[in-house]
Design a protein around this ligand. Structure first.
Ligand code: GLN
Length: 196
């Protein structure tokens, strides 16, 4: 049995919890850093990355998040969560958690199109996935160990690097739980390896 946490400092937490539960997996809203010990994988939700960072610092989450990553546990960043995972952010000298070998640009789809929906082909997940983009970032550069899973208008919008999964959009805002299910499989595999 696995348990998946959703970082619950700010943003679209409830929807991720519902999506995890729809995959028949136990989900928990992680509000205190000690709760990270109880979960096998963590989703960093969409919201506002600068606000989330402030709260991460306020509640002293950063060392625990980095330890979670060092332990090899899977992390899935969606939208603002993707920005938190990235090692490099356009226009910023320092990353946030900074564990995934990607460079992201914030709010990069232009002001005119603050939010939109697009049907995406996502490798291993779906030929057509209804993706909701809200003031979304995109991946500008990806390191050699990063596998690109999806592009929209030539821009990378989903990728995986080993234990890390990230996407520009909000997979939890639709009834299609296949990307969450893909992350659930990553968490199950990581847990099985730890038990060997
Ligand atoms: N624009 C937000 C940021 O830069 C991300 C938007 C979202 O998560 N929907 O953090």
């Amino acid at each position: 049995m696995i348990k998946i946490g959703v970082l619950a400092l700010q943003g679209a937490v409830r929807e991720h919890i519902n999506s995890i539960q729809a995959c028949n997996v136990e989900a928990v809203a992680v509000k205190r850093k000690e709760q990270l010990d109880e979960v096998d994988g963590l989703i960093l939700p969409g919201g506002e990355s600068t606000t989330m960072r402030r709260l991460i610092d306020k509640y002293d989450f950063m060392p625990a998040l980095k330890e979670f990553a060092s332990a090899g546990k899977p992390m899935f960043g969606t939208c603002a969560g993707l920005i938190l995972l990235a090692k490099d952010i356009v226009g910023y000298s320092e990353p946030h958690v900074g564990v995934m070998d990607i460079k992201v640009e914030r709010n990069s789809f232009g002001r005119q199109v603050d939010s939109f929906e697009a049907d995406l082909a996502i490798k291993y997940v779906a030929e057509s996935f209804p993706a909701v983009f809200i003031r979304a970032p995109h991946i500008v550069e990806a390191g050699e160990n990063v596998e690109i899973l999806s592009k929209h208008n030539e821009r990378i919008v989903a990728a995986r690097e080993g234990q890390f999964l990230g996407c520009s959009f909000h997979p939890e805002l639709t009834d299609n739980h296949r990307l969450t299910a893909y992350f659930v499989e990553m968490v199950k595999e990581a847990k099985a390896k730890q038990l060997v």
